[in-house]
Design a protein around this ligand. Structure first.
Ligand code: ZN
Length: 131
């Protein structure tokens, strides 16, 4: 049972969403600056940032929505609403990753919190996947 009204809930959810779009933009800008060209929300898996020619799929995972072990705190007042929802999200992530790996993609998952230091994270991605 959930004591939030539909309106309140969608307000909370959109607030969480909008804060999560910024780190992805940072990463995109930085990749572009390094000369990489990418597609966003690519393919049927809706890859956040895809480099199709290199078959690299980058997902930026919000700490809340994707259950970051360090930062995801399930709201205690509505555990019965949030917990299944978040678990479903992370199961969907795993399924997408598996599907893409089977299709020969390299899958890079980046937490929002890793993009506080975007230079370091982009450096790591380039070193590991793009050279
Ligand atoms: Zn986190």
């Amino acid at each position: 049972m959930d004591n939030l009204s539909q309106e309140t809930r969608s307000r909370i959810m959109s607030a969480i969403r909008s804060t999560n779009t910024k780190p992805e933009m940072k990463l995109r800008k930085m990749l572009f600056r390094h000369g990489y060209r990418y597609r966003v929300h690519y393919g049927k898996e809706k890859i956040d940032i895809a480099l199709p020619s290199k078959k690299i799929a980058i997902f930026v995972d919000g700490c809340f929505w994707h259950m970051c072990p360090k930062h995801c705190k399930i709201p205690t007042s509505n555990v019965r609403y949030w917990k299944p929802k978040l678990i479903k999200n992370s199961q969907r992530d795993k399924k997408k990753t598996k599907q893409l790996l089977a299709e020969g993609w390299k899958v890079v998952r980046v937490w929002d919190h890793e993009l506080k230091d975007v230079d370091k994270t982009v450096g790591r991605i380039i070193e590991k996947y793009l050279q």
